[in-house]
Ligand binder design. Structure first.
Ligand code: PFF
Length: 446
């Protein structure tokens, strides 16, 4: 069976950015930022994206392109048949299924808001509206709809579906966010939101260092789609002439740009129309975006049209990420068990239909899965990839990252390998430990 590959270089970058840019940027990033000191969180998050995210992306790309396989097959074959490494790959596949199980529920909320925006159904009382649709049977219905859309694109395959879809989605997302940001930042009172978002708060950071650290680290991995096997899988469709480090930097830059841009939409709105952090968004939580932003649309001219645009953009962004989650286990079944793409997609779709419904029916389960569990699984997964690249591939990894790269990138190879072997996994294990302590109820010193 000949393996598919990306049609164009832009196709890979767009698809990877499409995976990275999603609910993580627009729904989770503002929520995490609001809960962790605004600018203090922003600075920490940007630093981790740069120092851990970019070299981590490169590690995932090296594994994927070298093996040209899904994460399970990749780790198994590149380790010359080690069962333990196969297990690490299977963990990534499992992580993708867990991710999609909550992501599809939030995607369903977005679809619901998109539809409701045409009539302004939630304009009267945004908080009560969200409370009436967030969990339960209607949430299951919209989760199934979102999942079905995801599966339809994945059935189309890498070139036919994913590449084509993201080529249209990505420019549309950026254009609409820029327009919305221009509108939001010129609202009267927007300055308070911008100041919370941008004026660096060193005192807050000092007082809450470990909490900000673990939130920012989890968010950085989540937003870059790192640790769940997505980037390994997408890079497996790459040819040798691509410069992995350059592609990784572009992807991180574009993704982070969209997240930061989303902040320019969300924070001015939070402070102008939702009463700042003491308004309905206080305390964050999964409903923060919906209650505050939806409430803002209720109060502005052309609110319905703007809301349709806004939720339409987010639906696109969410879909281009959810397809990257479903593609991981699908690629695994195709590569390792010779299953037909349609059968693989149908089987996994059926599984996530059930696990996602459990999340849609149980807010406690949803909160745990969407927050702590996913953070920890992604972190553990990335530690696995880094240790593999650093200690199993070693010099071969440097050779792989050098393939298609210029002399400048090649000269960075040894330093990159050193960090992948030592400091990056240690840092991530540290954040994992902090998460475990928090989970165990130990209160963290600043
Ligand atoms: N990066 C995506 C977002 O920000 O919405 C979420 C994501 C996709 C995480 C794929 C992990 C993943 F493997």
């Amino acid at each position: 069976m000949t393996r598919e590959s990306w049609h164009t270089r832009l196709g890979f970058i767009l698809a990877a950015v499409g995976s990275a840019v999603g609910l993580g940027n627009i729904w989770r990033f503002p929520w995490m930022t609001a809960e962790n000191g605004g600018s203090a969180f922003l600075v920490m998050y940007l630093a981790i994206v740069l120092l851990v995210g970019v070299p981590g992306l490169l590690a995932a790309f090296v594994i994927g392109r070298r093996a040209r396989l899904n994460p399970v097959g990749a780790l198994y074959r590149l380790s010359s048949g080690s069962r333990s490494w196969r297990g690490v790959g299977l963990f990534a596949v499992l992580t993708a299924v867990v991710l999609l199980s909550f992501y599809s529920v939030v995607g369903g909320w977005i679809l619901r808001y998109f539809v409701a925006s045409f009539t302004g159904a939630y304009f009267g009382s945004p908080g009560a509206y969200f409370g009436s649709i967030d969990y339960g049977v209607p949430a299951v219905g919209f989760h199934v709809l979102f999942l079905a859309l995801t599966a339809l694109i994945v059935v189309g395959g890498v070139r036919g579906g994913i590449e084509k879809a993201t080529k249209v989605m990505m420019p549309a997302i950026v254009a609409l966010l820029v327009a919305l940001a221009a509108w939001a930042t010129t609202r009267p009172g927007a300055a308070a939101g911008l100041s919370f978002y941008l004026d660096f708060d060193a005192a807050y950071l000092r007082a809450n260092f470990l909490d900000v650290l673990r939130a920012a680290a989890g968010q950085a991995l989540f937003t870059l789609s790192l640790g769940g096997g997505t980037m390994i899988t997408y890079a497996s469709y790459l040819d040798d002439d691509r410069n992995l480090a350059a592609d990784g930097s572009i992807i991180a830059l574009l993704n982070t740009g969209v997240g930061v841009l989303a902040g320019f939409v969300v924070f001015p709105l939070l402070f102008t129309t939702a009463g700042g952090l003491t308004g309905p968004a206080k305390g964050g939580g999964p409903g923060a975006l919906f209650v505050s932003i939806a409430g803002a649309f209720a109060q502005v001219p052309f609110g319905r049209a703007l809301a349709v645009l806004f939720f339409g953009v987010i639906a696109f962004a969410a879909l281009s990420s959810s397809i990257s989650m479903l593609e991981i286990p699908v690629a695994y079944l195709i590569d390792e068990h010779d299953v037909d793409r349609r059968v693989a997609t149908g089987t996994l779709g059926g599984l996530v239909l059930v696990t996602g419904s459990a999340n849609a029916l149980n807010p406690g389960l949803f909160g745990f899965v969407a927050g702590t569990l996913v953070n920890m699984m992604l972190t553990a997964g990335l530690v696995g990839s880094l240790v593999f690249v650093g200690w199993v591939l070693g010099k071969d990894a440097v050779a792989e990252m050098s393939t298609g790269a210029g002399p400048g990138v090649r000269s960075l190879g040894p330093a990159w390998l050193w960090s992948v072997r030592t400091i990056l996994p240690l840092f991530l294990l540290g954040t994992l430990a902090v998460n475990l302590l928090a989970l165990a109820g130990v209160s963290l010193p600043g």
